[in-house]
Design a protein around this ligand. Sequence first.
Ligand code: PEP
Ligand code: MG
Length: 592
Amino acid sequence: MSADELRETVVLKGIGVSPGIVSGKAYVLSRQEIRVPQYVLSNEALVSEEVKRFQKALRDSEKELSDIKEKLKDLEGIGPMFIDIHVMLLRDKMFIQKTVKSIRDRNINAEWALSKAIDGYREIFEKMADEYLRGRIKDVEDVAHRILRNLSGKKHEKISDIDEEVIIIAKDLSPADTAQMSEEKILGFAIDMGGKTSHTAIIAKSIEIPAVVGLESITSEIGTNDTIIVDGISGVVIVNPSPDILKRYENKKKHYLAMEEDLLKDADLPAITKDKFSINIGANIEFIEEIPSAVAHGANGVGLYRTEFIYVNKERLPTEEEHFSNYSRVVKGEGIEWATIRTFDFGGDKFMSDPRMAEEINPAMGLRAIRLCLQEVELFRVQLRAILRASVYGNTGIMFPMISGVEELRDARKIVEEVKEELLSEGVPINNKIDIGIMIEVPSAVMIADSLAREVDFFSIGTNDLIQYALAIDRVNEKVSYLYRPLHPAILKFIKHVVDAGHNAGIKVTMCGEMAGDPLCTMILVGFELDGLSMTPLAIPRIKRIIRGSTLEESKKLLQKVMTFSMASDIEEYVGTYMMQRFPEYLQTNND
Ligand code: PEP
Ligand code: MG
């Protein structure tokens, strides 16, 4: 008997966020906080050794930064500003002298002296009136962290350092970590934290690797090199599976892949109900590399391009040319007939290394999305210039995220107009027919949808955030994920209100939150007579088949019926039973 066979099999249930089944070796990503040891040096010799140790850590840190700079040098555009700033800080005489003086005068170790120096800086920065300058403390802390790590001799574990095929196990992963997995040999991941609509989950789907989140205790149940199965369809993770279980899952995987292949066969057929109600189907993308897969899965346009992901894993701000190159590739993409480009939605759970994004206590309700763009106008203008320039290549829409009132919308539109004029005065051609729309994802926007509808060309309902704000549930918190319910009566009423307001004003109303790609909700969404649905590419073939297999009439009846219920659980049960009878083959339950 092998050691593996002697170990107990552990089955854990989490939330399956990216479909597919994978088995392989686990790799536990450990990212401990760097400890700051504190001790007194007993003699003069130790003190001068300590000063040397500190100076070596400074040199090592500078070498790391120049290596990063070297890697980036082939990229076009402005230089890696962030690196230059960090090098400047590393060489700052006051900073070095303060730490060295502390080691010498107080006979304390370098880590302790350094953290005291940083505390002093923190006090100075906190008192600064200018918000931007206050935010620069983040640079000082980043540099200090780098030095502390070099003093400790520990490496920060990076996904890009893993060079074998593994399944990542971690407490949590940022969207930036997940985005890196597309280029690495990562087969899938399973993590303790997270919810169904977190951006880590959304990216896992877009790069098409199986993932389970919200497992709560996976990191304490598994070690690196243990065998593991991750079933992203049912949300089950099995540690140390027996040969029997492994075989069963191999079969399940084969079955799943055959089904996916079958679904692709008619993915390009239009989404029209039997009684001829037609819905436009778009893809949600985070990376331009997803376009071929989106088209193969049956999208004829991009309903949501999450442009903030251009910034993920970048050490510096992208240039207008880089933005333009991305947007024109989307608009010109083969098989893409229209593209809705959403302006930056930084913040919330979306990581950004730029110092302007100071840490906030409550980022989901903080300075994010359109709010940030209206403050960092230059950043916004660069993006708008690039979108407008790309618009000449095809049908393009601009969409603003997180609009909460008419003022924000007008302010944003005003900047678009200014940028248009600027481009025209430079003789740069733009598409005059560009549509301007907004995401409806803040409850206040729902309530004033009639006013907003008069000032835009389209609405797109962002259920991920709308549910988060309407039901007061953090979309990335696994502890409240059971309350995250798209079929809550309040959410259905919100959607109805938005669709009616939009249609009364004669504009199109679509949906691009994860609800749009949930087969359980498809007939309900048809019943609302939404003009379009945009979703992760993998979901498209199933949703199209359900639309083609139903009628508008029966969908409306189903909707009318459940709109009379007052509890989410009753609606879920009714719709679940109904859909299970109508389309059993397309419904994936979490308990398969
Ligand atoms: C949404 O909130 O529903 C949405 C589509 O945007 P994001 O998930 O990027 O916040
Ligand atoms: Mg959103």
